[in-house]
Design a protein around this ligand. Structure first.
Ligand code: FAD
Length: 317
């Protein structure tokens, strides 16, 4: 079922969902299940599955370095479909511009359709590790908006190069990313919202936000989005802070601010166990306020470990 239908069917009740990161190549899928199992009691109607783009590695051969392109975290579609079979939950694989040609994307979309995957999140992806800025893959898309167009076209039965092929039509529900504190490359929040509106006009059905720790940023974002004519569900993404390192890492990687009260609470902690607890309590407060605001879904970034998300969900669902 589509994410938007899950939201409609909930009749205003806030739903619980989360995102998982695909395991590093060679890891057993059972580790992933062990982290998902404890969250099943909260009835997530859908689970997001991230996609990681390719990386370059250098392998020494005959005294020379040979550059190889690898994917350290394969398996997005396989894991998505296994979630559907094992838990009867709708998977939401993430589809990227970076690392894929338009033809490879079309191939992936056709597979998703055959495998009865109803939802996708369409994303640009980040720059490769050695690049400062994102560079489109040769033959691929530059912006997520173009990817949304491609998916919307297929929803109308329109393939990349062929005329309409009678009888074939996908019906994907399309999610896109939104940034309450603006995307790091956007010159302003207003401009970023214009880009978000372009994704909606191209066919996006709902937005999932980047993590934020100050709810007022989300409330302001939703207000500004409405004023910009964006009238689709905006699902807040919540990450429980878990280790001391997050104080530097999260602002650096995601271009977000952390509230002073949260920083103070973390700095008073003696160890990471205490920090994990602070992160849980902060996320519970955030989630309660968001639920009271009437958000359609509380969507958690689990980052492969579920104990803290379980503690938060237990306080809310
Ligand atoms: P876009 O919407 O294309 O925007 C990227 C930048 O370009 C923005 O600054 C925007 O303002 C600007 N822009 C857009 N259109 C135009 C235009 N026409 N002209 C000029 N500028 C323009 N990354 C992964 O690699 N794998 C994942 O699974 C993944 N999941 C994510 C899930 C969520 C909920 C979020 C919020 C992010 C996720 N990301 C993931 C990270 C994401 O790929 C990065 O944040 C990426 O840098 C931007 O992706 P986007 O889809 O928002 O890009």
């Amino acid at each position: 079922m589509k994410v938007t239908d899950h939201i409609k069917n909930a009749n205003g009740k806030t739903l619980f969902s989360f995102e998982i990161v695909t395991p590093v190549k060679g890891k057993n899928i059972q580790d992933l299940y062990n982290n998902i199992d404890p969250l099943m009691e909260f009835n997530p109607p859908f689970i997001d599955v991230t996609t990681s783009r390719e990386e370059y590695v250098y392998v020494e051969r005959d005294g020379l370095l040979d550059r190889k392109t690898i994917r350290k975290r394969p398996g997005t579609l396989g894991i998505s479909v296994s979630l559907k079979h094992k838990y009867n939950i709708d998977p939401v694989p993430h589809v990227l511009c970076g690392g894929f040609t338009k033809e490879e994307t079309e191939y992936l979309l056709v597979d998703c359709h055959y495998l009865e995957v109803d939802n996708l999140v369409a994303l640009r992806g980040d720059a490769m590790k050695h690049q400062q800025y994102f560079e489109p893959t040769k033959g691929g898309h530059r912006y997520a908006c173009e990817l949304v167009h491609q998916i919307s076209d297929l929803n109308k039965g329109k393939f990349l190069h062929e005329e309409n092929i009678t009888g074939f039509k996908t019906d994907f529900c399309i999610g896109v990313a939104g940034y309450p504190e603006k995307h790091m490359e956007a010159p302003s929040l207003q401009t970023d919202l214009k880009r978000l509106k372009a994704k909606v006009d191209a066919g996006a059905d709902y937005v999932v936000t980047q993590m934020f720790f100050d709810n007022s940023k989300y409330f302001e974002f939703v207000k500004m989005a409405k004023e910009a004519g964006i009238d689709i569900p905006i699902i807040p993404g919540i990450k429980p802070l878990a280790v001391q390192r997050h104080l530097q890492l999260l602002p650096h990687v995601f271009s977000i601010d952390l509230p002073e009260d949260l920083i103070d609470a973390v700095e008073k902690c003696k160890d990471n166990k205490a920090i994990r607890q602070v992160g849980i309590e902060w996320a519970i407060q955030q989630s309660k306020e968001l639920r009271d605001f009437g958000v359609p879904v509380l969507h958690y970034y689990s980052m492969g470990k579920s104990d803290n998300v379980k503690a938060i969900a237990s306080a809310l669902f």
